[in-house]
Design a protein around this ligand. Structure first.
Ligand code: GAL
Length: 994
C-alpha cells in the first residue's frame, strides 16, 4: 500500500509538481464517543487518565528474566530516567506453577512486589497475563503439565479453561489490587496474545477470558495483542468491514518492521516506516485504522529482536538496527499516525535462565534493547530519553490529528504535520522520503502555524527524523517554532527551564513569542538574536555544538533559561521532577526534603556535576555524600570537584576445581529401582508415534524441563545389530546413547537456523556386546532444550520431548524389534519440585542435579582436585565445581559474567555443552560448537559481590579428543559507582533432607 503511495509521490516529483505533503487517508474518522473505565478512558484519538489525554510511552520488561528482585527497581528507575511513563509486563504462567493447583507468587515470582516497585518509581503499567504469552518462552509460558492435556489449548474446551482459570483467578487478583482504579498504577490489561485463528471455539474462549478478567475485578480497559495489524479482536461495533470482533475494550497490535540484521551481522533498512493510522490508505488490512473508535495502540513495537542458537551473535547489531534514528523514524511515524500508545519490545530483555527459553533462543535475551542484559543504559536509550522528554513537556502531543499539509522545497523529505484539536499545538515529523532513505537535504518548510505563516529552514542528514513542535505553550513560554528539538521544558520556582538540541554542526533557529521585547543575555555560546516587534517574535540563531545558554527576561513572560545543546550533549542531561542534572551516567532520583536535595545515580567515570535545582535546595548530596557547590552560569550550581568514578577491582582466577563423573546411569548395575516404568498411559503429544508403542515421552511422567534419562533392558541376541531412536529435544537439543556403560553415539539436532529443528532420529550400530547372551542395558540421555511455543494455536507446544520410540533390531531389511523394558528418570520430584525457591526453570534431571551437586552447600571434598579443566573427558556428563570470593567495592554496581573459551569467535572447535550453575542457580547453557553466547552475565543477588560463591558446571561431551571444557574465567562486563543495594536472593544451600 505504502509503496504504491510512494511511487505516486515520486512520479509527481518527477513531473516537477511542488513537493507533496503527506496525504491523510480519505476515510479518516476523527473523534468518537469517550468510553470510561474508572480513571482510565479513551476515544478514537487517545487514552486519557483522569480525563487528561496522554501519550503512553512504554517498553516491555520480564521480571522472570531477572531473578534478583532488588534489581527490578534498577531497571524501572532506568526506564523512568530515560523517559518512559509506562512499563509493560508479561507474566509467565509456567514460571509460577510446577503442578496443577500449585502456585507460587513469592521471592523471584512476587508480582505484587514488582507492581509495587513500578508504582513507587512512578510508571504506569500494562499487564499481560496470558494465559498464553509466547515471549520466546518454553511452551510460550504454559506450565509443563499443560502439554499432557489432551484437548486443544486456546479454545473453550472445559479442561483447558479449568486450568486457565486456576492461573487467572490468582494472577488477576494481584493485578486487580494494583489497578489505577484501586489506587495503583495498572492502566491497561491484556488477555491472550496473537490469537490469529478465530474459530467459534476461540471466540467463546475469548469471551471466557474477558468475563474471567471482569469477574476477577479487572476494571481497566482490556485488550488483545494482534499479530500484525490484521484486525483480529477489534471491539464489537467498530463498523469496519473485514475485522474480527471480540469482547475486548480496545484493539492493539504488534509489529517488527524496519529491516533486520543480516546473517553477517550488518543492519539493513529494508523498509520505510509504515503508515498504520491517519496517513495510511486502504481498508482494515491496509493502512487505515482497524478500530477507529479506539486509539492507535501498538502493544509491541520492535525495540530489538531475539537471537538464535548458532547465530553469529546478533544483539549488538540489533541494538543498532533498531536503535538510534530507527526509533526517531519509526516511533515518530507511529505517533504521527495516531498510535499514541506504543510499547517497545523489549525495554530490558534480560536472561532466559535455566530452562526458560523456547527452542528459538539461547540464554541471553538481551534483545538489543535500550537497557542491555548487563543493565547498561545503551545509547539508544539516551535517544529515547530525548523523545520521552518531549512527550512529557508537551501534553498536547496526545490526541493529535492531521493538520493541513505543509509546503516543502524538496520532495526528498516528507513532513507529517499534526495538530491538537484542543490547543492547536503542532507536531511536525520530518523524515526522508521514503523514510528509510538517506541523503543530506537542506530545505525549507512553509506552514500556517498557530502563530502565523512561517518558512522554516531545516536540514535532514541521513536516515533520521526530526520531532519538531510549534505553537506550543511550554513552561509558561510560547514556542512559535524551532528547528531544534525539545528535550525538556518545565518550570522551576518561578522561571522556565528549557533544553533544546540538534545534530552537531547543524544550524538552528528558535522563535519565541513575547508581548514586548524581552531582555536576552547570551551566557555561553554563540547565539544571535533579533526581535520582530510587529509579531512579537524573538528569533534565536545558532549552530548546535556543545552547550549554549541564554537567559531571557521580561517581554511579558516569566524568565527563562534556555539551554541549546548538540544531540550528544543533550544525552548528558537528566531530569527528575523539577530538577535538572548534567554530567553523570545516570540520575535515578532527585528528592528535596527539608532544604536538602538528595540525588542518586551512577557514574561510569569521574564526572562533573551541574544542577539546576529549586532555590529551596540549600544543600545537595550525591548518593548520600554532601556535594560542595559553586555558582554556575545562569542559575545553575556546579560541583567544585568531580563525582568519583568507579574503582577497578580484580577478579579471582578459577584455578582450583573439584571434578566428578556425572553419568552413573550408564553403568549396567546402576540402581534404577526408584525410577518410573514406561507404560501405556494416555498420549497427548501432537507428534505421531509408531502404533502400539508405549508412551515414552518425558512429559507424560512429569518431567518437563532439561535432561531426562531412560534405561532399557533387553536380552542379548545376534539380531541386536542396531538401535534407532526418534526423539524430541528442542533447539540444539541432543541425545546420548550408551550400551552397558559404553557410548554408542550422540546425536545433535541441527543448529544455525533461525527456526530450529526440534525433533530428530538417530541410528547407531550396536557393538558386539549387544549380541552376547544375557541382560544388557541401554541408557539414553535426552537434553530437552525447551518446548515449542504455540504461536499458531495448533498445540505446537505439545510436540514430543524425550524419546518417542526406540527399537533395537537387526539390519538388512528384517523388520522386527527386540523387546525392551524401559524406565525413566528426570528432575528430582518431577512436578513436585524439590527446590521451590529457585523454582520451575532451575533444574532438569541430571544425576548431579538430583544429588544437589549444583548447590553451594554440597560437600565436594571427595572429588578429584584439578587446577584447570582436563584436556580429556569421559563420554557423558562431568561436573566441575569451584569456589571463589568477590570483593566489588562498596557503593559500586558491576555486572560480572562467566566466560568460556575464546570470546573473539562465536563457536569453538571442540564440541561440548555446559550447564552453568552459580550458587545453585542455573544461569545459562553454553554450547561450544553452536554458540554464539560465551559470556553469561550473572545478576548480583544471585552472585554474591562481596563474599563467597560457588560455580558448578555440568559438562556434557561425547569424550572425543578436543571435545572438552575450555578455559573458564570471570569477566567484568560493566562497572559503575552507584547502583542500588542488592540483597542475596535467599535459596537453599543443599537439598532438603528427605
Ligand atoms: C511477538 C509476540 C511476543 C514475542 C515477539 C518476538 O509476536 O507477541 O511474545 O514472541 O513476537 O520477540
Amino acid at each position: 500500500m505504502r509503496t504504491l503511495a510512494l511511487a505516486a509521490t515520486m512520479l509527481a516529483g518527477a513531473l516537477a509538481v511542488p513537493a507533496q505533503a503527506q496525504t491523510v487517508r480519505p476515510d479518516l474518522q476523527l473523534g468518537s464517543e469517550v468510553q470510561t473505565f474508572g480513571r482510565v478512558s479513551f476515544d478514537g484519538r487517545s487514552l486519557m487518565i483522569d480525563g487528561e489525554r496522554k501519550v503512553i510511552w512504554s517498553a516491555e520488561v520480564h521480571a522472570f528474566r531477572l531473578p534478583s528482585p532488588d534489581l527490578w527497581r534498577d531497571i524501572l528507575q532506568k526506564m523512568k530516567a530515560t523517559g518512559f511513563n509506562t512499563v509493560a509486563f508479561y507474566f509467565d504462567w509456567g514460571f509460577h506453577s510446577p503442578a496443577p493447583g500449585v502456585y507460587d507468587f513469592t521471592g523471584i515470582r512476587d508480582i505484587d512486589r514488582l507492581l509495587t516497585v513500578a508504582e513507587e518509581e512512578g510508571l504506569y503499567v500494562m499487564t499481560r497475563a496470558g494465559p498464553y504469552v509466547n515471549a520466546e518462552l518454553t511452551r510460550g509460558g504454559y506450565p509443563g503439565y499443560l502439554v499432557n492435556q489432551r484437548v486443544r489449548a486456546r479454545t473453550d474446551d472445559p479442561a483447558y479453561l479449568a486450568s486457565v482459570d486456576e492461573w487467572l483467578t490468582r494472577v488477576n487478583a494481584i493485578i486487580a489490587k494494583h489497578q489505577i482504579n484501586n489506587g495503583g498504577n495498572v492502566i491497561l490489561h491484556q488477555i491472550e496474545n496473537e490469537l490469529a485463528l478465530t474459530t467459534p471455539a476461540q471466540r467463546r474462549y475469548m469471551d471466557h477470558l474477558y468475563a474471567r478478567a471482569k469477574a476477577d475485578g479487572i476494571t481497566v480497559p482490556i485488550f488483545h495483542n494482534d499479530q500484525g495489524r490484521n484486525g483480529y479482536w477489534v471491539p464489537e461495533g467498530s463498523g469496519v468491514p473485514k475485522v474480527v470482533d471480540g469482547p475486548q475494550d480496545m484493539y492493539a497490535f504488534d509489529a517488527y518492521p524496519g529491516g533486520t540484521c543480516t546473517v553477517g551481522g550488518e543492519p539493513t533498512r529494508g523498509s520505510a516506516a509504515p503508515d498504520w493510522g491517519y496517513y495510511g490508505v486502504g481498508g482494515a488490512k491496509g493502512g487505515a485504522s482497524a478500530s477507529p473508535n479506539t486509539p492507535g495502540f501498538a502493544a509491541e513495537f520492535g525495540g530489538g529482536w531475539f537471537d538464535y542458537w548458532g547465530s553469529n551473535g546478533g544483539y549488538e547489531c540489533n541494538a543498532v538496527q533498531r536503535g538510534r534514528r530507527y526509533q526517531r523514524v519509526f516511533y515518530g511515524t507511529n505517533l504521527a499516525n495516531g498510535i499514541g500508545i506504543q510499547s517497545f519490545y523489549m525495554g530490558y530483555g534480560g536472561t532466559s535462565w535455566g530452562w526458560l527459553p523456547a527452542p528459538v533462543v539461547f540464554t541471553s535475551y538481551d534483545y538489543g534493547a535500550a537497557i542491555a542484559e548487563t543493565r547498561e543504559v545503551r545509547d539508544k536509550a539516551l535517544e529515547l530519553k530525548q523523545l520521552g522528554g518531549l512527550i512529557a513537556a508537551v501534553p498536547a502531543m496526545a490526541g493529535m490529528i492531521p493538520a493541513a499539509p505543509v509546503e516543502k522545497s524538496t520532495d526528498q523529505v516528507q513532513v507529517y504535520h499534526n495538530r491538537s484539536p484542543e490547543t492547536d499545538t503542532r507536531f511536525m515529523l520530518v523524515t526522508q522520503n521514503p523514510s528509510n532513505n538517506s541523503g543530506d537535504h537542506s530545505f525549507t518548510v512553509t506552514a500556517d502555524l498557530p502563530d502565523g505563516r512561517y518558512t522554516m529552514p531545516l536540514r535532514l542528514h541521513g536516515f533520521d527524523a526530526k520531532w519538531l513542535v510549534a505553537g506550543a505553550d511550554v513552561a509558561g513560554q510560547r514556542l512559535v517554532w524551532s528547528s531544534s528539538e525539545l528535550q525538556y521544558g518545565f518550570i522551576q520556582d518561578d522561571a522556565a527551564l528549557m533544553l533544546m538540541y540538534g545534530r552537531k554542526g547543524e544550524e538552528g533557529r528558535t522563535l519565541l513569542r513575547y508581548t514586548s521585547a524581552p531582555t536576552v543575555t547570551v551566557l555561553d555560546g554563540d547565539v544571535r538574536h533579533s526581535f520582530d516587534a510587529a509579531k512579537g517574535d524573538l528569533q534565536l540563531d545558532y549552530t548546535h555544538g556543545g552547550l549554549a545558554r541564554v537567559r531571557i527576561e521580561g517581554g511579558g513572560r516569566p524568565a527563562m533559561t534556555l539551554l541549546i545543546a548538540d544531540e550528544e550533549e543533550g544525552w548528558r542531561f537528566w531530569k527528575d521532577g523539577d530538577v535538572l542534572v548534567r554530567g553523570p551516567q545516570l540520575l535515578r532520583s532527585a528528592e528535596l526534603k527539608g532544604g536538602r536535595l538528595a540525588l542518586t545515580g551512577d557514574t561510569a567515570t569521574a564526572s562533573p556535576l551541574e544542577i539546576w535545582a529549586p532555590r529551596a535546595a540549600r544543600s545537595v548530596t550525591w548518593n548520600g555524600t554532601r556535594v560542595r557547590l559553586a555558582a554556575g552560569q545562569g542559575g545553575s550550581r556546579v560541583a567544585t570537584a568531580e563525582l568519583a568514578g568507579p574503582r577497578d577491582f580484580g577478579l579471582p582466577a578459577l584455578d582450583d576445581w573439584r571434578v566428578a563423573a556425572g553419568s552413573p546411569e550408564i553403568a549396567p548395575d546402576f540402581d534404577d529401582s526408584g525410577w518410573q516404568a514406561i507404560d501405556r498411559r494416555a498420549y497427548a503429544s501432537t507428534t505421531a508415534r509408531p502404533d502400539g508403542e508405549p508412551n515414552m515421552l518425558m512429559d507424560a511422567y512429569g518431567f518437563h524441563e532439561g535432561d531426562v534419562w531412560y534405561r532399557g533392558r533387553f536380552t542379548g541376541t545376534p539380531d541386536a545389530e542396531r538401535i534407532r531412536l526418534y526423539y524430541g529435544a528442542g533447539g540444539s537439543g541432543m541425545v546420548q546413547v550408551f550400551l552397558d556403560g559404553q557410548l554408542v553415539g550422540q546425536d545433535d539436532l541441527p543448529w544455525g537456523l533461525p527456526r530450529p529443528i526440534t525433533t530428530g532420529t538417530a541410528n547407531f550400530d550396536l557393538p558386539d556386546a549387544a549380541r552376547q547372551p544375557g541382560e544388557h542395558v541401554i541408557a539414553v540421555m535426552v537434553r530437552n532444550n525447551g518446548h515449542n511455543w504455540d504461536l499458531d494455536a495448533d498445540d505446537f507446544h505439545k510436540e514430543a520431548r524425550g524419546l518417542v520410540s526406540v527399537s533395537v533390531e537387526p539390519k538388512g531389511g528384517r523388520s522386527f524389534a527386540i523387546p525392551l523394558s524401559w524406565k525413566i528418570q528426570g528432575r528430582q520430584g518431577g512436578e513436585d519440585i524439590v527446590d521451590p525457591v529457585r523454582g520451575v526453570p532451575n533444574n532438569g534431571g541430571l544425576y548431579g542435579e538430583r544429588q544437589g551437586w549444583h548447590l553451594p552447600g554440597f560437600d565436594d571434598r571427595r572429588w578429584q582436585r584439578q587446577a584447570a579443566p582436563a584436556t580429556d573427558i569421559e563420554p557423558g556428563t562431568t561436573w566441575y565445581r569451584t569456589n571463589f570470593d568477590l570483593a566489588v567495592p562498596e557503593g559500586q554496581d558491576a555486572t560480572i559474567g562467566v566466560q568460556f573459551g575464546d570470546p573473539s569467535v562465536p563457536r569453538s572447535e571442540g564440541e561440548y555443552r555446559v550447564l552453568v550453575f552459580v550458587n545453585g542457580w542455573h544461569m545459562g547453557q553454553f554450547i561450544a560448537h553452536v554458540g554464539p553466547q560465551r559470556t553469561f552475565p550473572i545478576p548480583e543477588g544471585i552472585l554474591n559481590h562481596r563474599g563467597g560463591n560457588t560455580l558448578a558446571l555440568a559438562v556434557t561431551s561425547d569424550g572425543e579428543p578436543g571435545n572438552t571444557l575450555e578455559p573458564v574465567r570471570l569477566v567484568t562486563m560493566r562497572n559503575v559507582r552507584g547502583g542500588l543495594k542488592v540483597d542475596a536472593v535467599e535459596a537453599p544451600e543443599t537439598l532438603a533432607a528427605d
